[in-house]
Design a protein around this ligand. Structure first.
Ligand code: SF4
Length: 314
């Protein structure tokens, strides 16, 4: 494995305060390019209504002056010449790429007429509303969807955070972020906080310095790999087998909290049977990209081995 540099956010210091004569003012704002859990603080240097520079807001308690590559490129994002700033009406055949700009009122009238026509002839359920990023406009689109009469409100979250949220609500009753600062061991499963959650990296590195152990699960070598005690480098598509194997191991060793399960869960016996299924235990279901060192703090087994060596795990 290639040696990766020890990454740590640099000590942040505020940018040079522009003088009054420069005409530059610093506007405090937030980046909304990615998820609402981030919304990193931005100091936007504005002159004559144009952003000339962005920096992370040092006093923002969440991002503490850090911005990821996307946030740091906010100017390129905002002023990109390919960005759509007005409605475009297709003038050629579908796929021809021929469009002309039209006024907002004309576009809204056309869309409204079309919606009414579809609603009256086919029914409101035949229209689906899909929202992507950023997320700030989602409540309004959801309201529009339901007031139109369609149940078909969709976002990309069904393949993203919604699964995490639903699992947390079903298991704990509500969602709570992990207590990284007080954790002894953190399982990072198919995640890359250095690229996708850079605002927690500072807290993560501080916790590692204080003894936090990282188990990384995922096929890629990431900036986190350097800090991981174990990297379970699975082949894509096999992590379900690992999850069931771990569940099976925990249950068979009696490491689970039976009273919690008795009080708060349903379907445990079915899950036990599911995790024990021979198809979950097939070694072929879990293939690693290479040998994995498994240190003692995870399982009391020889240090240098592979997950395939543990029939109880696969
Ligand atoms: S993590 Fe990056 S993209 Fe997301 S809010 Fe922060 S700076 Fe913006």
């Amino acid at each position: 494995m290639n040696e990766l540099p020890r990454l740590k956010p640099r000590n942040m210091s505020p940018g040079k305060i522009p003088t009054q004569e420069s005409g530059i003012v610093i506007k405090k704002t937030v980046c909304d390019i990615c998820n609402p859990n981030s919304h990193c603080g931005i100091d936007a240097y504005v002159k004559d209504g144009v952003i000339i520079k962005v920096e992370g807001t040092v006093e923002n308690p969440h991002s503490v002056g850090t911005l990821c590559a996307k946030g740091a490129a906010s100017r390129q994002y905002i002023y990109n010449e390919n960005r759509l700033l007005e409605p475009m009406l297709r003038t050629g055949k579908r796929g021809s790429g021929e469009f002309k700009p039209i006024p907002w009122n004309d576009a809204l009238d056309m869309i409204g007429e079309r919606f009414k026509q579809i609603k009256n002839t086919i029914g409101p359920e035949s229209v689906g509303f899909f929202v992507g990023y950023p997320k700030w406009m989602r409540p309004y689109v959801k309201r529009l969807t339901h007031s139109f009469g369609s149940p078909n409100y969709m976002t990309e979250s069904s393949t993203c955070f919604s699964a995490t949220l639903m699992a947390a609500k079903l298991v704990y009753g509500s969602f709570g972020p992990p207590d990284v600062a007080n954790a002894k061991c953190l399982l990072v499963w198919s995640g890359n906080p250095f690229y996708s959650n850079s605002s927690i990296v500072r807290k993560l590195l501080d916790a590692i310095d204080n003894g936090l152990k990282i188990i990384e699960v995922g096929p890629f070598i990431t900036p986190l790999t350097k800090h991981a005690t174990v990297h379970l480098r699975l082949r894509p598509g096999t992590s379900g087998a690992l999850a069931l194997g771990i569940a099976n191991f925990i249950i068979s060793q009696g490491l689970h909290d039976q009273s919690f399960i008795d009080d708060w869960s349903v379907g445990f016996e079915e899950f036990v049977a599911y995790a024990k299924r021979p198809s979950s235990m097939q070694p072929l279901n879990l293939r690693l990209c290479g040998p994995v060192p498994v240190p003692r703090f995870i399982i009391p087994m020889p240090r240098k081995t592979t997950v395939r060596s543990f029939p109880w795990l696969v």
